[in-house]
Design a binder for this molecule. Structure first.
Ligand SMILES: Nc1nc2c(ncn2[C@@H]2O[C@H](COP(=O)(O)OP(=O)(O)OP(=O)(O)O)[C@@H](O)[C@H]2O)c(=O)[nH]1
Ligand SMILES: [Mg+2]
Length: 313
């Protein structure tokens, strides 16, 4: 298959799965080709509605996504799924068998499922994910689900960048201090207490309600739903709650403003990544070594050394 981004984009727009796969690999790799592909993609985007699902490892994000995909497909709507896996060094586009429990949909031409891992380039997954979403958007998927493990800051940010963000918890979530609780509370548009077949559902709902009471008032109070993903219980209600949140945002320009804020953050992150790359280049090599030696020899102070680097860029 030719690597020319323009022809890849033209084919992806027609729904060509090979071209979609190739383009996602290109944006996942980052680099010069990713920039060319991004430019070619951009005019074809802006139609997809994105739903982020995040939560602790094993909370049931993939099972819920699987249920939602099934629900969406019953209406004949096409859907794309990105499973972001920061723990894996690379995927080569392979579906991570166990992590993505969506084998049912693997042969459905209306569903495109892909897992993504960082390749260690600047900006990493935080910059690659919105570009991969744009590939699926350009390919005509009206809905894109993005699953991330809500452990690190970056993953929470990726999930929070969606149009609707679902935070998946399990009974017992309120017990003890958990990393990122506040971060997850902040990005949630909807809470799902999954594994509701286990004990402690009512307490978890009560804890969540209390935390919501304490957080700053806003126009949308995240509803708390309960599901048993393994038996598809509560999936219809979840899909309808997603629809409610979408309708709420599409009224009164909330979605337009949210996407504007997201674009602002994305462009800022790209600038930051480029500047970071510049810093790495500037703080490397014989000139830099020489300045460090001078600082250590008390011939120069660290600020003067930094000044010289910035001046000689
Ligand atoms: N009892 C019970 N088990 C569930 C439920 N939902 C998911 N599971 C099980 O929990 C395990 C993890 O489910 P996944 O859907 O892979 O969870 P995940 O959040 O995607 O996991 P990671 O991607 O690895 O972080 C699997 O063994 C599921 O079968 C549920 O509602 N009840
Ligand atoms: Mg998963």
């Amino acid at each position: 298959m030719p690597l020319d981004p323009d022809s890849l984009v033209a084919r992806a727009v027609q729904g060509d799965r090979g071209a979609i796969a190739k383009l996602i690999s290109i944006v996942e790799d980052g680099g010069a080709l990713a920039m060319v592909a991004g430019a070619a993609l951009h005019p074809h985007t802006g139609n997809a509605y994105t739903v982020g699902l995040t939560g602790a490892p094993g909370a049931g994000k993939s099972s819920l996504t699987d249920g939602l995909v099934g629900r969406v497909r019953r209406d004949g709507i096409e859907v794309g799924v990105l499973a972001i896996d920061p723990t894996s060094p690379f995927t080569g586009g392979a579906i991570l068998g166990d992590r993505v429990r969506m084998q049912d949909h693997a042969t459905d031409p209306g569903v495109y499922i892909r897992s993504m891992a960082t390749r260690g380039h600047l900006g990493g997954l935080a910059l690659a994910t919105p570009q991969a979403i744009r590939v699926l958007d350009a390919a005509g998927k009206p809905w894109v689900f993005v699953e991330t493990v809500g452990v690190g800051q970056v993953e929470v940010e990726i999930a929070g960048a969606a149009d609707t963000t679902i935070v998946v918890v399990n009974p017992g979530w309120g017990d003890g201090v958990q990393a990122n609780k506040a971060g997850l509370l902040e990005i949630a548009d909807l809470f799902v207490v999954n594994k509701a077949d286990r004990d402690g559902v009512a307490e978890t709902i009560r804890d969540l309600e209390m935390m919501l009471d304490l957080s700053a008032a806003s126009d949308w109070r995240p509803p708390i739903l309960t599901t048993v993903a393994t038996s598809a219980t509560g999936i219809d209600e979840l899909w309808s709650a997603i629809g409610d949140h979408r309708a709420f945002q599409e009224h009164d320009d909330f979605l337009v403003k949210r996407r504007e804020a997201k674009t602002r953050l994305e462009v800022e992150a790209i600038v930051l990544a480029r500047l970071e790359a510049d810093v790495r280049t500037a703080c490397h090599g014989p000139h830099f070594d020489d300045l460090v030696a001078k600082v250590n020899g008390r011939l120069l102070d660290p600020y003067a050394a930094a000044e010289e680097i910035l001046r000689s860029r």
